[in-house]
Design a protein around this ligand. Structure first.
Ligand code: SAM
Length: 282
C-alpha cells in the first residue's frame, strides 16, 4: 500500500524506481482533487463496468476500483506492473491486461465495459475513444483526460479547422456534456501541452459498419469535393462513376451542391448520406 501521507503516484514512482517514459505519454496524475471531478462528470455508479486505458501507477484505477462493479485496465508498459499491482492487487473486481490498447479488441473484454474513464496517452487518445464507442455498442459514456487539441477535435463543428473524421464519428453517436480545462501541474512530469477533461455521452446506437469507411474516405481528401472522395473508396463492387453520381444525388437530396466538401457536413448529414447511398444500392 502507498504511504497515505504522500500522493500515491509520487510515492510509487520513488518506491518502484520508475522513470516516466515520454514516448508512452506517461504524465501521471499527482493531484487527487481531480478524482472527484471525474466521478461527478462520469456519473459513477456501483453497477458500472469501467474500461481504463493506461493504468499507469494506478491512482485513477484504485479510485475507480473502490466505486464500480468491475474495472478493466489496459496498460502497455509492463515495467509498471509492480506499481499497478500495489494499487489494485487487493481488489477482486479488477482485471489488468498488459498490451497495446490499439491492438486489443475492446469487444472481446468480459464483462463488456459500459464506460471509458481514463487519463489517456496523448498519441492514441482519439483512437481509444472511437474504438470504445464503436467496439462496445453498449458503452454509454467516455470521460477522458486528453491533450486539449484532441478534445477540441472530438467536439469541433463543421468548417472549424479541427473538424475531422474523428469529430464526425464521435458526434454521430454522442453529445459532449462537459469539457473542463486542466492545469498542467496536476501531472508529473508536467506535459508540454494543455489537457482537458472531456465527457461524451452516447445518444444513438452505432451506425452500420460502412459508415466508418464513408467518413474516412470523405476526409481522406478534405479539400476536394466530397462526391469525388467517396468515389475513390469504391463501396462494394460499384465503379467510381456510379458512386460519384449516387453521392451527388444524395447530397442534392440533403440540400448540398455537387462541390460540397466533407468539412461542411455535420455528423447528422453524414448519417443521412450513408443511408441514402446504401438505400440507393438496394
Ligand atoms: N492513469 C494513470 C494516471 O492517471 O496517472 C496514467 C496515465 S498516463 C497519461 C498514460 C498511460 O497510458 C501510461 O501509463 C502509458 O504507459 C499508457 N499507455 C501508453 N500508450 C498505451 C497504449 N497504446 N495502450 C495502453 N496503454 C498505453
Amino acid at each position: 500500500m502507498a504511504d497515505p501521507k504522500q500522493q500515491a503516484s509520487i510515492e510509487r514512482m520513488r518506491r518502484f524506481d520508475i522513470r516516466p517514459r515520454r514516448k508512452l505519454g506517461q504524465n501521471f496524475l499527482i493531484d487527487n482533487n481531480i478524482l472527484d471531478v471525474i466521478s461527478t462528470a462520469a456519473d459513477l455508479h456501483v453497477d458500472d463496468v469501467v474500461l481504463e486505458v493506461g493504468g499507469g501507477l494506478g491512482v485513477l484505477s484504485e479510485f475507480l476500483a473502490a466505486r464500480v462493479s468491475k474495472l478493466q485496465v489496459i496498460e502497455i508498459d509492463n515495467k509498471l506492473s509492480d506499481a499497478l499491482d500495489d494499487a489494485v492487487g487487493g481488489f477482486e473486481n479488477v482485471l489488468v491486461h498488459y498490451g497495446d490498447a490499439v491492438d486489443i479488441d475492446f469487444g472481446e473484454l468480459d464483462p463488456k465495459p459500459t464506460k471509458l474513464i481514463a487519463n489517456l496517452p496523448y498519441n492514441v487518445a482519439a483512437t481509444c475513444v472511437i474504438k470504445a464507442f464503436y467496439e462496445l455498442p453498449a458503452l454509454e459514456l467516455c470521460c477522458v483526460m486528453a491533450q486539449r487539441e484532441v478534445g477540441e477535435r472530438l467536439t469541433a463543428k463543421p468548417s472549424n479547422k479541427l473538424y475531422a473524421g474523428t469529430s464526425v464519428l464521435v458526434q454521430a453517436i454522442s453529445d459532449n456534456t462537459t469539457t473542463r480545462k486542466l492545469s498542467r501541474n496536476i501531472f508529473h512530469p508536467v506535459p508540454n501541452v494543455d489537457s482537458s477533461l472531456v465527457t461524451l455521452k452516447r445518444t444513438a446506437e452505432n451506425p452500420p459498419p460502412e459508415f466508418n469507411a464513408l467518413v474516412h474516405g470523405a476526409f481522406a481528401h478534405r479539400r476536394k469535393p466530397l462526391a469525388g472522395s467517396l468515389a475513390l473508396i469504391r463501396r462494394g463492387h460499384d465503379d467510381a462513376d456510379t458512386i460519384k453520381q449516387r453521392a451527388v444525388a444524395a447530397l442534392a437530396e440533403l440540400g448540398y451542391d455537387a462541390n460540397t466538401r466533407a468539412e461542411q457536413l455535420p455528423a447528422t448529414d453524414f448519417l443521412r448520406l450513408n443511408e441514402l447511398i446504401s438505400e440507393d444500392r438496394g
